[in-house]
Design a protein around this ligand. Sequence first.
Ligand code: GLU
Length: 370
Amino acid sequence: MDDGGVKVFTGFRVQYNDARGPSKGGIRYHPNVTLDEVKALACWMTWKCSIADIPFGGAKGGVICNPKEMSNLELERMTRRYASAIADFIGPYRDIPAPDVYTNAQVMAWIVDTYSQLKGYMVPEVVTGKPIPLGGSLGRDTATGRGAVFCTREAGRVTKMTLKGASFAVQGYGNAGSNYAEILQELGGRLVAAADSQGAVLSKKVIDALKLLKHKEKVGTVVGMPGTEKISEDELLRTECDILVPAALENAITKDVAKGVRAKVIVECANGPTTPEADTVLDANGVFVVPDILANSGGVIVSYLEWVQNLNRLRWTEEEVNTKLEDKITRAFSDVHETSQKEKVSMRTAALIVGVGRVADAIKTLGLWP
Ligand code: GLU
């Protein structure tokens, strides 16, 4: 640590399944990380990559720490130690990490450097979500939000909801949530409420998504945004709006919260934001839920595009990347929606039918050996 002391951090890397290709998934830095959480996230990554039909299995990593209380140098030393500990288990053809909650392109750069120093040559393709000069892909930083907006457009099409003028509330104003808000706003959506770990705000009229991000960058929270009033997180989740976007952590929408949800559509930018009990309530109340493993797959889809560019020494324009993302995620949405119509099940069950089904097919055709 900066004060000369030594601190022990516990970290994990879970590889859940690699039948369809090298395992793939982000690394999370958070004080509440547990091994069970990382296992669940790695499991969801498996179905997510399968639904998106990208040739990856599922993995996830996490370190128990509070990056908000650590200096940049402390974060760098911890990251390099973690990277060297997992170096034997990751690799461009084995398991490819990426950013997740409270990690970013800089953290990926430290992993590239640590891994490459150990190998003796540069291996930028060992992680995705890198800074652009190190082989990061244009469009990766906005990909999770953009993909979720494409899913919202498709959800609008099947539920007959027009995006122009649609009101939406975002819980979690980080990478996924803030990019979602900006991009949906460009299509005519009206942001009416937003929350982060410090609190939530509501506007009787509309909140400018970009100005809100600038405010958060300046003061560290969405709270205090001019023209808004402070509300509780619970009130945000029950806000009167067309689209509710949980974009923070797991289990935000519990059974109790679900009973009060007034949105017509939920787009899960976060992983696992809805408990199974809440899901039953939402289903019974006719809320159209775009499940996490479909809604937030834009991030890993563009991670795949980054990996393809790296391995082929290609550089695509942002437009090319966004078009490929749109194509992949729209196809994934329609695969899941068709299954939900055919099997008469919710979008979540349909997503699992598609995701688990493709992995099962891969395992069956691979056979058992030795
Ligand atoms: N952490 C992101 C997710 O949960 C991205 C993973 C990746 O790009 O590998 O989907």
